[in-house]
Design a protein around this ligand. Structure first.
Ligand code: HEM
Ligand SMILES: CC(C)=CCC/C(C)=C/CC/C(C)=C/COP(=O)(O)OP(=O)(O)O
Length: 321
C-alpha cells in the first residue's frame, strides 16, 4: 500500500512557480549520488545532535567513561538521526518543492525517488536501533526510538496543522543528550533522572528562540509551503519576539537550577549567565527591530550558545569536580 502511495505521489508532484523554474532549468550543478544521500541525513543538525549525545554520555559517566560504549552510542544514534531526517524529507517532499530554501533538496528536485528515500531512511533507523540494542542498552535504545518516532511521525505531520508544532519538535530535539545519559547508565535499571532532565530542559528551551529566528527569516517560505509557524499568524512579529525573549531569558535561571539537580556547580552558573546574556541580548535586539538581519543574528547566537554552555558544563563536571 505504501509503495502505491509513494509512486502515485511522485507522479503528481507539482512545485509552485519558483520551484517549477528551478526544477526545469538546465542543471548547472549536479550533486553526486553520495552528496544527495548525505543531504537526506541533514548532516549539520545531526553532528550538533551527536555532540549533545556525547555530552550526555560523558556527563553521566563522570570519570568512568568507556570509549567503546561512547562510540557505539554515537554510531547507533547517528544512524537513527540520519534515518529520521531522511523520512522527514520523504514525508515533506511536496511541501519542500514549494519553498525556496528546500526546493533543491534531492527529493523535490527528483534526484532521489520516494522509494529510495523510504528504504534508506527506514534502513538507517532500523539498523541504528538494532545496533544500539545489541551494543549499548535497552534504555538508550528506547530513548532513541522515542526520539525517532516523535520527530518523523509526530512532529513532521504536525507542521501543517498547528504552530504548536515547534514545542512538539523541541521534544525529539531535546532527547539526544538523554540517549547519551541512558547509555552511560548501562542496562541495570538505575537511571538517574535529574541530570537527564536538566540537559533536556536546556535543549528544549534553547530550541524555541533557535527556531523562531529561522521561522521569522523564512516566514514567506513557510506560508508558501502551507506550514503553520508562529510568525505566519503574527505579521508584526511582536508575539514571536515575546516568546523568543521569554525562552532565551529562561535559560539564565537554568544556570542555577541545573546545579541544584546535581549537575555542575557555580562554574556552570557563571557560564550559563554569560552565554545566556549574549543569547538574550540578540533576542532583545530582534524584539526592538524585527528584521531578518536581527533574526539571523539570533540564529548565529543560538549556534554559539549551545556548544558554549555544554562545553562549560563538561569542564565543570569532568575537570573541576
Ligand atoms: C524545534 C526544533 C528545531 C527546528 C524546527 C529546527 C530547524 C532548523 C532549520 C529549518 C534550520 C536551517 C536554517 C537555514 O537554512 O538557514 C536549522 C539549522 C540548524 N539547526 Fe536547527 N532546528 C531545531 C532543533 C535543532 C537541534 C535540536 C539541533 C541540534 C542540537 C539543531 C541544530 C541546528 C544546526 C547546527 C543548524 C545550522 C546548520 C544548518 O543550517 O543545517 N537544531 N534548524
Ligand atoms: C536519534 C537522534 C539523535 C535524533 C535526532 C533528533 C533531532 C536532532 C531532531 C531535530 C529536531 C528538529 C525538529 C529539526 C529540524 O526541523 P525540520 O526537520 O522541520 O527542518 P526543515 O524545515 O529543514 O525540514
Amino acid at each position: 500500500m505504501m509503495k502505491v502511495t509513494l509512486t502515485g505521489e511522485t507522479d503528481t508532484l507539482k512545485p509552485l512557480t519558483s520551484a517549477a523554474s528551478a526544477v526545469s532549468a538546465p542543471r548547472v550543478h549536479s550533486p553526486s549520488r553520495f552528496s544527495d544521500y548525505l543531504e537526506l541525513t541533514k548532516p549539520r543538525i545531526a553532528v550538533m545532535a551527536l555532540f549533545t549525545v556525547g555530552a550526555g554520555y560523558l556527563l553521566a559517566a563522570g570519570g568512568a567513561a568507556e570509549w567503546r560504549v561512547l562510540l557505539h552510542t554515537l554510531l547507533g544514534a547517528g544512524l537513527v538521526a540520519a534515518g529520521g531526517s531522511a523520512l522527514n524529507q520523504l514525508f515533506e517532499r511536496r511541501i519542500d518543492a514549494r519553498m525556496r530554501r528546500t526546493l533543491k533538496r534531492p527529493l523535490p528536485a527528483g534526484r532521489i525517488s520516494p522509494e529510495e528515500a523510504a528504504a534508506f531512511g527506514a534502513g538507517l533507523a532500523g539498523a541504528g536501533l538494532a545496533y544500539l540494542a545489541a551494543t549499548v542498552s535497552l534504555p538508550a535504545t528506547i530513548a532513541a526510538a522515542a526520539t525517532f518516532i516523535a520527530y518523523a511521525f509526530v512532529y513532521t505531520p504536525m507542521k501543517t496543522k498547528t504552530a504548536w508544532n515547534t514545542a512538539v519538535g523541541a521534544v525529539p530535539g531535546a532527547l539526544p543528550p538523554v540517549i547519551g545519559w541512558f547509555a552511560a547508565q548501562g542496562g541495570n535499571g538505575e537511571l538517574a533522572w535529574e541530570g537527564a532532565l536538566a540537559l533536556f530542559a536546556i535543549l528544549f528551551l534553547w530550541q524555541i528562540p533557535h527556531f523562531l529566528a529561522i521561522a521569522w527569516m523564512y516566514r514567506a517560505d513557510y506560508s508558501a509551503g502551507g506550514l503553520k509557524m508562529l510568525p505566519g499568524c503574527d505579521p508584526s512579529g511582536k508575539c514571536t519576539a515575546f516568546v523568543m525573549v521569554l525562552t532565551a531569558a529562561s535559560l539564565i535561571p537554568l544556570g542555577f537550577l541545573v546545579p541544584l539537580a546535581g549537575l555542575g556547580s557555580w562554574f556552570f552558573t557563571v557560564g550559563a549567565i554569560v552565554f545566556g546574556a549574549m543569547f538574550l541580548r540578540r533576542a532583545v535586539e530582534f524584539a526592538r527591530d524585527r528584521t531578518d538581519r536581527k533574526a539571523r543574528r539570533v540564529l548565529h547566537s543560538s549556534l554559539f550558545y549551545l556548544p558554549g554552555v555544554f562545553a562549560v558544563l563538561m569542564i565543570d563536571v569532568l575537570l573541576l569536580k
